[in-house]
Design a protein around this ligand. Structure first.
Ligand code: ZN
Length: 282
């Protein structure tokens, strides 16, 4: 009895191994798609199997089923990932969006109003509602950054955060915060601010809002907030609180980039105490 079970397990393992490795890469060229798109469709991305840019990865789905069956179970079916007939699609569990993480798969076009309603001064940067590297999968986390930009001026890093650099295309964050406490709404979509994180499903670019606050970042310190103008610091707290309320993000998921980034030590921003910052969020 045990032998039969062991033997069949062994055969299944061999079958799986053959399926994964036979193509010497992704199981289908059609499944080489953007990581964020894959995740939006309920798939799981595997790096290193597709040619092209780092975001293009092999998308596989463990919930391939008939599209109608998927819908009747409250899910959303997505074509183009699963092998087999056209009706066999990747079924993303859906229906329930309660708790943190709302809204899903959309541009965050409410950002400016959320901050304004909180009584903050807001500058809407032209084109922000359609700017982004695709839509946000969810809003489960908020990452607090500093720009490490010029030593003076309200928000001299605006162009860099909006347009990016020669090696990394903008937007580099959804929001900017000037030294006067003014918020700059730069992008409603996915922005390249996080890099690799301790948990990309919460803090990755697809799931976390990034805020770049203007600061030279000097001196590099982990305590207090002595090197920040009080008006900017208080505005940072007020703005993050408003975003948390709007999107249901718990304070435990408001992290400094230095806390979210991996490997540990890759980032040092922001140069204030995140424990103190979180204690003000309530
Ligand atoms: Zn950062």
């Amino acid at each position: 009895m045990h032998c039969v079970i062991l033997l069949s397990t062994l055969f299944s393992l061999i079958a799986v191994y053959t399926q994964v490795t036979s193509a010497a890469g992704c199981w289908s060229a059609n499944a080489c798609i953007d990581k964020g798109v894959c995740s939006n469709r309920g798939g799981t991305s595997l790096a290193g199997l597709c040619p092209g840019a780092a975001n293009i990865q092999c998308c596989s789905c463990s919930t391939c089923k008939d599209a109608a069956v998927c819908r009747s179970g409250g899910g959303t079916p997505y074509a183009g990932i699963c092998p087999g007939a056209e009706n066999i699609q990747c079924c993303k569990k859906g229906g329930s969006t309660s708790g943190s993480g709302k809204p899903v798969n959309t541009m965050l076009t409410g950002l400016a109003d959320i901050l304004r309603t909180a009584g903050l001064k807001v500058v809407e940067v032209a084109g922000w509602k359609t700017r982004g590297h695709g839509v946000m999968s969810s809003v489960k986390g908020i990452i607090v950054h500093h720009t490490a930009g010029p030593a003076t001026g309200d928000f001299p890093s605006l162009a860099v955060v909006r347009d990016g650099t020669s090696s990394l295309k903008g937007p580099l964050a959804q929001l900017g915060l000037g030294r006067t406490g003014t918020w700059f709404v730069i992008a409603a979509g996915r922005s390249y601010h996080a890099g690799s994180t301790i948990d990309d499903s919460i803090y990755g670019n697809s799931n976390a809002i990034g805020i770049e606050a203007e600061a030279s970042g000097l001196p590099a310190t982990n305590s207090g907030h002595a090197h920040w103008p009080e008006v900017q610091y208080q505005s940072y707290i007020k703005g993050v609180k408003a975003l948390q309320k709007a999107y249901g993000v718990p304070t435990a998921r408001v992290l400094g980039h230095k806390e979210a980034a991996v490997p540990k030590g890759r980032k040092i921003d922001p140069n204030f105490s995140m424990d103190e910052f979180r204690s003000k969020l309530g």
